[in-house]
Write a protein of this length. Sequence first.
Length: 327
Amino acid sequence: MRKIAVSSIMLLCLAAISSAQTITGTITGTVTDASGAIVPNVKITATNEGTAVQTTATANNAGIYSLPFLPVGQYTITAEGAGFKKSVLGPFPVEVNQVVRMDVSLVVGAVAETVEVTAVAPPLQTETTQTGQTLSTKRLTDLPLNGRNIVSAMLLIPGAVQTNPGSVNTASRFSGRAFVNGNREQTNNFLLDGVDVNDSMDNRIGYTPSVDALQEVQVMTGNGSSEFGNSAGAVVNMTLKSGSNDFHGSLFHFFRNDNLDANSFFANQNTALPKDKQRRTFQQNMYGGTLGGRIIRDSCSSLETMKERNGEIAALRSPALLRPIGV
């Protein structure tokens, strides 16, 4: 029994490490003093606001630091150097596959003193040439997506169109996809936490997670790095939510029926039927919820999602985040 428990923990740790290859972000920058001179050997600590997990690095002789493989979320960085006041910047967001440049300017003084900057400008993508857009969890859940299909949100991206918009209203493997930058819909590449979820038939999306289970969706439309292949169209990189130190959850119910929907033009012209029979009977109920929180404070967390669509129940558990502080 003990061997099974140890093996399970090792598998979860390996899953967290392997997923960091494609679904994480990076913070980088240069450390200078008030005059603009380079300051080397400064300790930089990035703290995830949701999980309190800390990642550290040291600026090199050129004053440059880099913190790669950071799970997406809100971060605060702290810079500490001999002869300078401690500097704190943030919080600011780190998105999937994003390189955030956050330069640090230190002020001469005692290390016990702290300079805190909370009004941080939104990070700009200056380190890579890839094009596209990232859809946040708030934007995804606030949008009135017909059928709760995440693929329909792709139509908000510049360069994405669908000649039959109604084909993306159903979240299934046979739903339509977007034509991106003039490419066929079969040329898109769908990833879930860095794992290929393309259907072998017609390159459709093999699995569509609940909108409420997603942390963000990055749609890359051009100039992607070499790690993202298999597509001439868009690379749709979906990231599942993880838990945090605080317990949180949600409940939702989306419904449609024939009493709320408008009748079609041709059904209204069908005089062979009485008025109360002209409207086609339709009922759609989609409800569920999420629950997330800590398993072990500052080390391990998880998120559970349950949804029902027209009587079919699906459950989704995001991988637990197993990462000790300082790694």
